[in-house]
Design a protein around this ligand. Structure first.
Ligand SMILES: [Zn+2]
Length: 128
């Protein structure tokens, strides 16, 4: 892939041939615009302030919920798993997390390194 300037205004560097990691940029499904990973994470964190739910990823060490580009969104406060389903059983992970603003989130996911559906626990604000 050749380097180019993303819609956020930052240069996306060319990747070495055979590079197996991420592409170095994100393409927004709704607008088709591109942004570098740091901007993508900034946008995700800005949306978190008003979001009632979001799709994140449980980090491989199960300690944080991240954007799909790996940007920190919330710190996991607890995670436990349980077997669910009838016949075909599957393991589901129940996650509680708190974001940078102190808002609590809970959600379910398929485990470390997998996506997690997070929901705002309530609208209660921490008194400071
Ligand atoms: Zn950028």
């Amino acid at each position: 892939m050749n380097g180019f300037k993303a819609d956020c205004g930052h240069d996306i560097p060319a990747l070495p041939a055979g590079y197996a990691g991420g592409s170095g940029y994100a393409t927004w499904r709704d607008t088709g615009k591109t942004s570098c990973y740091p901007c993508t994470d900034d946008i995700a964190r800005a949306e978190l302030a008003t979001a009632k739910s979001f799709l994140g990823y449980l980090s491989s060490d199960s300690r944080t919920v991240t954007t799909w580009t790996g940007g920190h969104l919330a710190t996991v406060t607890s995670v436990h798993s349980a077997e669910v389903g009838f016949g075909y059983k599957t393991r589901r992970y129940y996650i509680r997390a708190v974001d940078a603003s102190g808002a609590e989130w809970y959600g379910t996911g398929q485990g470390a390194g997998m996506c997690a559906n997070m929901r705002r626990a309530n609208s209660r604000r921490k008194a400071r």
